[in-house]
Design a protein around this ligand. Structure first.
Ligand code: B16
Ligand code: MG
Length: 213
């Protein structure tokens, strides 16, 4: 039986990808090129510095390590200006309801996100209290598809990997869950998340029964 559920943040609990997009686009524009929504898709679940590397490659811009840090910091400042305006209305449909069902049934809830800003975001959307443990970009050395973030999440809840179910919107996140020996539920499109055990389009479709297949 599933004893813990591990949730990705961006694209699962809330859609911060729209704010990442605005901030990355501003960075690209200031460096003299454009950045599309299609490219933004490819950055989902990818760390800040890895995202920057990809964007610079797409724009054909080479920077020193020092300059990269400078731009990454700027991007994060622009991103945080947007995050600071977030409200609880932005929580994705069905999420609080499903997390309440888990809590009522004694199932642990943890966050497994690549973001270093996860606590601030959860605070803004008033979801901090739903989580027994938070593992994010500040705790990990290896990004998804490496399973580290979810293995640490399992450990923090006192559960074995096979007792955990991961909810993810990114291909790399589904791969991380599978590499860690966990159940993987895709949130989004089954055409994209083909490696998931099953896919939901929103949490309004999710029930406790579906966890234990
Ligand atoms: P930050 P997740 C990821 O969040 C985002 O999907 C990804 O686009 C972002 O670059 C990454 O967090 C790092 O975020 O710059 O806030 O540290 O999907 O793993 O919750
Ligand atoms: Mg995500």
């Amino acid at each position: 039986l599933v004893k813990a559920c591990l949730f990705d943040l961006d694209g699962v609990i809330v859609d911060t990808a729209v704010y990442h997009f605005q901030a990355w686009r501003r960075l690209a524009n200031e460096l003299g090129f454009d950045f599309t929504e299609h490219q933004n898709e490819q950055l989902k679940g990818i760390s800040r510095m890895e995202s920057l590397e990809l964007i610079l490659k797409w724009g054909g811009v080479e920077l020193s390590e020092e300059e990269k840090l400078h731009w990454a910091t700027l991007k994060n400042e622009w991103y945080l200006e947007l995050v600071n305006k977030m409200t609880p209305n932005e929580v994705l449909p069905g999420v609080p309801e499903f997390l309440n069902v888990l809590r009522e049934n004694g199932i642990k809830v943890a966050l497994g996100s690549a973001s270093k800003n996860s606590r601030l975001i959860l605070e803004r959307i008033k979801m901090l209290d739903f989580f027994d443990a938070i593992i994010d970009g500040n705790n990990i050395t290896k990004g998804k598809p490496d399973p580290q973030v979810f293995l640490l999440g399992a450990e923090a809840t006192g559960c074995k990997p096979f007792e955990c179910a991961v909810f993810e919107d990114a291909v790399a996140g589904i791969q991380a869950a599978k590499a860690g020996g966990m159940k993987a539920v895709g949130v989004g499109s089954s055409d994209i998340l083909t490696e998931a055990d099953f896919v939901i389009s929103t949490f309004e479709e999710m029930t406790l029964d579906r966890l234990n297949f």
